[in-house]
Design a protein around this ligand. Structure first.
Ligand code: FAD
Ligand code: SF4
Length: 510
């Protein structure tokens, strides 16, 4: 019996189910592990160079780690995944191939249909990288489930911050209200992130990636973790230095710091270097040991076993239609400044600049600055989705599409989030220091100095008044329209139309 274990590049799990199954099914000399680097995949969508370095270096380190553990590893660099697997099958002639279900739709389709062409018996094990792959709290198709319901079911299932009676520790499921502070002007300084000097493998990958003709950002200052141990060190550093302040400043934005008290761990979780359940349990222990307050610990657990899993769950409920969803029928092209960051709007300039440099911005900047702008400006959802997929180090279709098309742009008609996340400059001004040094005035609705978020926001409310009025969560915002006179409405609409017509990439230069 000859057994092949095919490990996907974003499934570098310490405890991979196919490797565990192989131990039972075959002798060590009957097992080969195969990993494939696909040139066509790299060429198809030029992504952030730091993401590519992370992926390729982590794959190569993983292969070495398996060799050190006694496995024979076939690490193949091929034109495509199929080509790589064919080459492996020709050489090793396996009787059976074991793999784990891909996190993404196309990958899973290939596993279900494409692998058959190899002429080998294939077994695809359930995805254990996601908690929702191990346990589905609401398995019926088309079940409309809110994040909060989903989150509570996950907390109960995994016993996280749950007392002996099955109730939430501290008496509340949610400490959101304590987690919305802006950063004070002085006195709170975010600690530096742990960085990792590239070793020989990473340096070689950096050189290869730097030589590619296309891609976003630079490879030369790459300093991310590429192994389980290093990712664990980054996680331990977060618990020791940032977790306690994570909760209160979770929604704060700062021109000084991209990372603030965020964990910056999604790039590692999304390729299997960190396990979400082990992370949630470690953070819970930090609360019981008195190292972090409940509001921060609950807030972090909500992000990883609530939001992250809910997003993955939504993705599988809404695919493949999610990718083309366009509830608001928005068609405007993505403005050019998303690709270089040069705009007078300071919040967008800072956030886009840091995304292009680091492949990172935190959640509120993704949602309330970038997507908020794109929703108010009527940018086509598929173009926004593509930008996010290319520019972020942690971007994969399963997480980008529901977050961007669903939550950020409300283009799925409210299946992911019950209301569109839209806001005027008032929110950005309250939660950040961006507006203080901006050429626009966050307090003016119309006029030369008026912040575009303001007239675009009111324009959106006017245009979609009837639809928005029917959403109980948006009622108060729409009610604000009654304070606008007919002349105010007309001024808002005129300025929004002029701005949108002149957006670079939409036929002019603003
Ligand atoms: P923290 O603020 O420290 O949060 C902890 C962890 O919670 C994150 O690492 C992440 O694993 C998880 N998390 C929290 N919210 C979400 C969510 N809505 N979806 C998935 N995971 C969540 N996350 C990605 O991993 N990849 C993406 O490409 C991505 N694109 C996004 C696009 C938009 C428009 C929005 C609104 C959110 C997106 N997110 C994405 C979710 C979230 O913004 C990032 O996971 C988070 O900012 C990563 O930074 P962090 O590790 O410092 O997170
Ligand atoms: Fe952004 Fe408007 Fe504030 Fe300028 S004034 S930083 S454009 S929200």
């Amino acid at each position: 019996m000859r057994l092949t274990i095919w490990i996907l590049g974003d499934q570098l799990l310490r405890q991979h189910p196919a490797l565990e199954a192989a131990q039972i099914l075959a002798r060590p000399d009957e097992i080969r592990v195969v990993l494939v680097e696909s040139a066509s995949r790299i060429a198809r969508r030029p992504v952030h160079r730091k993401k590519l370095v992370l992926l390729l270096s982590a794959m190569r380190h993983y292969a070495d780690q398996l060799r050190n553990a006694g496995y024979v590893v076939d690490y193949i660099r091929a034109g495509s995944v199929v080509e790589g697997l064919r080459q492996h099958v020709l050489e090793w002639q396996p009787d059976r191939l074991l793999t784990m279900a891909a996190a993404e739709f196309r990958g899973r389709q290939f596993q279900q249909q494409g692998l058959a062409a190899l002429g080998v018996e294939v077994e695809c094990l359930p995805n254990t990288q996601m908690l929702a792959g191990r346990y589905d709290p609401f398995p019926e198709p088309n079940h409309r489930t809110l994040l909060e319901t989903f989150y509570r079911a996950m907390r109960r299932q995994w016993g996280l911050l749950i007392d002996a009676e099955g109730q939430p520790i501290g008496g509340s499921w949610n400490y959101d209200a304590q987690n919305r502070k802006p950063l004070p002007r002085a006195g709170v300084v975010a600690p530096k992130l742990l960085s990792f000097a590239p070793d020989a493998i990473t340096s070689a990958v950096m050189a290869e990636v730097a030589a590619l003709s296309s891609g976003i950002g630079e490879a030369h200052d790459f300093d991310l973790a590429v192994t389980h141990d290093a990712a664990q060190a980054a996680f331990d550093d977060f618990i020791a230095h940032r977790l306690a302040d994570f909760g209160p400043y979770e929604d704060a934005m700062s021109s000084e710091s991209a990372f603030l008290f965020h964990s910056v761990l999604s790039p590692y979780m999304n390729i299997g270097l960190l396990d979400p359940l082990q992370m949630a349990q470690a953070v819970e222990r930090a609360y019981y040991d008195g190292r972090a307050p409940l509001a921060s610990v609950e807030g972090f657990i909500r992000q990883i076993v609530g939001w992250r899993e809910y997003i993955y769950w939504q993705y599988w409920r809404q695919m493949p239609g999610l990718l083309t969803a366009n509830y608001w029928q928005h068609q405007r092209p993505l403005p050019d400044f998303f690709w270089h960051g040069e705009t007078e709007m300071r919040c967008l300039r800072c956030v886009i600049g840091r995304v292009l440099a680091h492949g990172y911005s935190h959640h509120i900047e993704r949602l309330m600055v970038l997507c908020n702008f794109c929703l108010l400006a009527g940018i086509e959802p598929a173009q926004v989705n593509e930008w996010f997929l290319r520019c972020y180090v942690d971007a994969y279709e399963w997480v980008v599409a529901p977050n961007v098309i669903g939550m950020g742009l409300n283009a799925d008609g409210g299946r992911t989030a019950t209301k569109p996340y839209l806001a005027s400059a008032n929110y950005i001004n309250k939660m950040s220091d961006y507006c203080a040094a901006c050429r626009f005035d966050p307090k003016q609705r119309t006029g030369d100095e008026a912040c575009p978020f303001n007239f675009l926001y009111w324009n959106f409310l006017i245009e979609h008044e009837a639809v928005l009025r029917s959403n109980p969560r948006l009622g108060p915002a729409v009610l604000g329209l009654k304070h606008l006179s007919a002349a105010d409405r007309e001024a808002v609409q005129r300025q929004a139309a002029t701005f949108l017509a002149a957006l670079p990439g939409a036929g002019g230069a603003y």
